[in-house]
Design a protein around this ligand. Structure first.
Ligand code: HH2
Length: 266
């Protein structure tokens, strides 16, 4: 899943694709590099980010979604607002990526009334306050309980399991230590029986470990994506599609390597 942030302030690429033409060019480049899904966002969720109105978010995102429909890969929209979801789906988006796991009743209804895919993500508190003092007694257990409950709520609202992915929400109300344990124990989440989406790309924990600035976190991000896929992640949300693709090609080649290959003759 390639990230396209149509925002002035996203933590990794804020301002670079704020202009529609640049956002679409970037998205097409990500398709060329091998993205299977595009995730278009119009509001930064970085720690402490300010809120954007639904009208402004739609003004940013919808023209980009419209321009990308028909390019052969599904378009996801990263939003937690029901109005934005409704208009994005009408414009042809086929997935909603909601960092608040359809917390809003109206958002739940919009998704239930469509046939789109949806990602339900865990976040402790909200972007304004989530990194102030993240606290868990059992980070893996508590997030598993939360995601199971949101999965059940979505199913009860009429969204069948086949449409749902879940995401532990790396960096959303978690310390570096929480993020690392969650990645190591990712298999606990794949055990819930729906695809797991993982977003580690260029995040602060990689900076903490490698000492690198946001734009220099490609290698750390690729390593995290690879570890996630090795632990069963079905979707990795990344800024650096080409580099991640190469790592995953190596992963698949090793996974699918043939035992005792017959020697080639001639
Ligand atoms: N991370 C970000 C945004 N949306 N969605 C899911 N499902 N999982 C994630 O880990 C995730 C997400 C943050 O990354 P980015 O969009 O690059 O930054 P910003 O929120 O500053 O625009």
């Amino acid at each position: 899943m390639g990230v396209v942030n149509v925002t002035p302030d996203s933590f990794a690429d804020g301002g670079r694709y704020f202009d529609k033409t640049r956002a679409v060019e970037h998205a097409l480049r990500l398709i060329d590099e091998g993205a299977d899904i595009l995730d278009i966002g119009g509001e930064s969720t970085r720690p402490g980010a300010g809120m954007v109105t639904a009208g402004e978010e739609m003004r940013r995102v919808l023209p980009v979604v419209e321009a990308l429909i028909g390019n052969g890969i599904p378009v996801s929209v990263d939003t937690n607002k029901a109005e934005v979801m409704r208009e994005a789906l009408a414009a042809g988006a086929s997935m909603i990526n909601d960092i608040s796991a359809l917390h809003s009743t109206e958002a739940m209804a919009v998704v239930a009334q469509s046939d789109c895919a949806v990602c339900l993500m865990h976040m402790q508190n909200d972007p304004a306050s989530m990194q102030a003092a993240p606290h868990y007694r059992d980070v893996v257990g508590e997030i598993k309980v939360y995601l199971s409950a949101r999965l059940a709520a979505a199913e009860a609202a009429g969204i069948c399991r086949e449409r749902i992915a879940i995401d532990p929400g790396f960096g959303f109300g978690k310390t570096a230590a929480h993020n690392l344990v969650l990645l190591r124990e990712l298999g606990e989440f794949t055990g819930l029986g729906v695809p797991v989406l993982v977003g580690w790309s260029r995040k602060g924990t990689i900076g903490k470990i490698t000492g690198r600035a946001t734009e220099d976190r490609v290698h750390g991000s690729v390593a995290a994506a690879l570890m996630a896929v090795e632990r069963g992640a079905a979707i990795v949300r990344v800024h650096d599609v080409a580099a991640t693709r190469d790592a995953l090609a190596m992963h698949c080649a090793v996974r699918d390597a043939v035992d005792n290959p017959v020697p080639a003759h001639g």
